[in-house]
Design a protein around this ligand. Structure first.
Ligand code: PLP
Length: 408
């Protein structure tokens, strides 16, 4: 009876969550859909018989020195070790990060240019875009992109302007120039890239810097170049240039999720170019945003641990071998795949136009991948190779059986 009355009143028709969030969840869930499909297939066929290339969760364990640093940071007994600290992080930790950055970039980084954050996602979403954007401001995103960027921009009232990358997923400077308008506030780049694995060379970044400098002068306000670099140290013999050297208005966001294999620990940092005009005001803004968005500060134990781990990284050669095996095998089967310079993803062209249908064909072979449409580039699929070697080996016959249907 009560139920009928409330239904008639109509208020139960409204979802418990906001309509906007409900719509976002519905439209964004390719990776989650694959995850759910994988769970179903694993229950049906056994975990070891399903080849899950859908997630970017590191397969390598953190190096021993990372574990030791975590234990030591947790065992700290000095008073205040677990209390609040300044919102930007422990001064000594910011100092350690700045010292490392100064030594590898040659730029005069100091602690005042660094804000510790809750993973790169926290850094991008909460601190950076909140710090930069007024409602209606535009952020240029390069497709294919890490899908969360769309939500990060939207969370802060921004508008994403999608620009396609060019041949082999490299920067298309003409397309970027054409997308810049009076509301452009930032461009977000990610190299090594998720989902393509490409690395942008220095000449492209220099040309992008020159373009942004000119465009900023033309539109009358600075365009920030935000560089998201959680895969910087997962690179295979190619140089990953420092973007600071190409453009003064650069903000780096990164984390130790991938390079120390610690994504569950949620620790990263923002580093603002010392030459960014108004750098101190920017860092104050990012610090305020860290506080008021409820992060308050990055986790204390993780901060203390990573202070002593700057320059340490997982063995990227492990991922490189996986890339070589999978890229070599897929290309010889007839898949068209740009050879990645880093990260742990391949982004092959789908062998039929409909990438969702193609991903389903692979699923029938118990191979889980994510359709390119989930990254803003239909006609492709993302294959995440941070998996065990035997998963790659055992999946290859299935990849081949599917490819055979399309070989002339
Ligand atoms: N940026 C890119 C391109 C990513 O691929 C990821 C995670 O997969 C993130 C940011 C977020 O990483 P974090 O775990 O540091 O929040």
């Amino acid at each position: 009876m009560t139920h009928r009355r409330t239904s008639r009143a109509g208020y139960l028709c409204r979802p418990v969550i906001s309509r906007k969030l409900a719509a976002s969840m519905k439209g964004s869930s390719w990776i989650r859909r694959m995850f759910e499909e994988g769970t179903r297939l694993k229950a049906e066929h056994g975990e070891e018989n399903v080849f899950d290339f859908s997630l970017g969760n590191p397969v390598i364990e953190p190096p021993d020195e990372v574990r030791r640093a975590l234990v030591a940071a947790a065992a700290e007994t000095s008073p205040g070790a677990h209390r609040y600290m300044p919102n930007a992080g422990y001064p000594a930790v910011r100092e350690a990060v700045a010292r490392h950055l100064a030594s590898v970039t040659g730029a005069p980084f100091e602690a005042r240019h660094v804000v510790m954050c809750v993973g790169a996602g926290g850094g991008l979403n909460v601190v950076l875009l909140k710090t930069l954007l007024d409602p209606g401001d535009e952020v240029i995103l390069l497709a294919p992109y890490f899908v969360e960027y769309l939500f990060y921009v939207d969370n802060h009232g921004g508008v994403a302007r999608i620009v396609e990358t060019g041949a082999s997923f490299q920067l298309d400077l003409d397309a970027i120039a054409a997308a810049i308008g009076p509301r452009t506030r930032a461009i977000l780049v990610n190299s090594p890239n998720n989902p393509t694995g490409v690395v942008y060379p220095k000449e492209s970044l220099d040309a992008l810097g020159a373009l942004l400098r000119d465009a900023s002068a033309r539109i009358g306000h600075p365009i920030a170049l935000v560089t998201d670099e959680p895969y910087r140290h997962i690179a295979y013999g190619v140089e990953v240039p420092w973007v600071f050297a190409s453009y003064e208005n650069t903000i780096l966001v990164t984390s130790h999720s991938k390079d120390l294999a610690l994504p569950g620990e949620r620790i990263g940092y923002i580093a603002v170019s010392p030459s960014l005009p108004g750098v101190d005001e920017f860092v104050s803004g990012a610090t305020f945003a860290t506080r008021t968005l409820g992060f308050v500060n990055a986790p204390a134990i993780q901060q203390r641990a990573v202070a002593s781990l700057q320059g340490v990284t997982v063995d990227a050669a492990v991922y490189r071998r996986k890339r070589d095996v999978l890229w070599g095998a897929l290309t010889s089967m007839g898949y068209e795949v740009v050879k990645p310079g880093g990260a742990f993803y391949l982004f092959p062209r789908s062998l039929q136009e409909d990438d969702v249908a193609f991903v389903k064909e692979l699923q029938a072979e118990l191979i889980l991948t994510v359709p390119g449409v989930g990254f803003g580039r239909p006609g492709h699929l993302r294959v995440s190779y941070c998996v065990l070697d035997r998963t790659i080996e055992r999946a290859l016959p299935g990849f081949d059986r599917v490819a055979k249907r399309y070989r002339k």
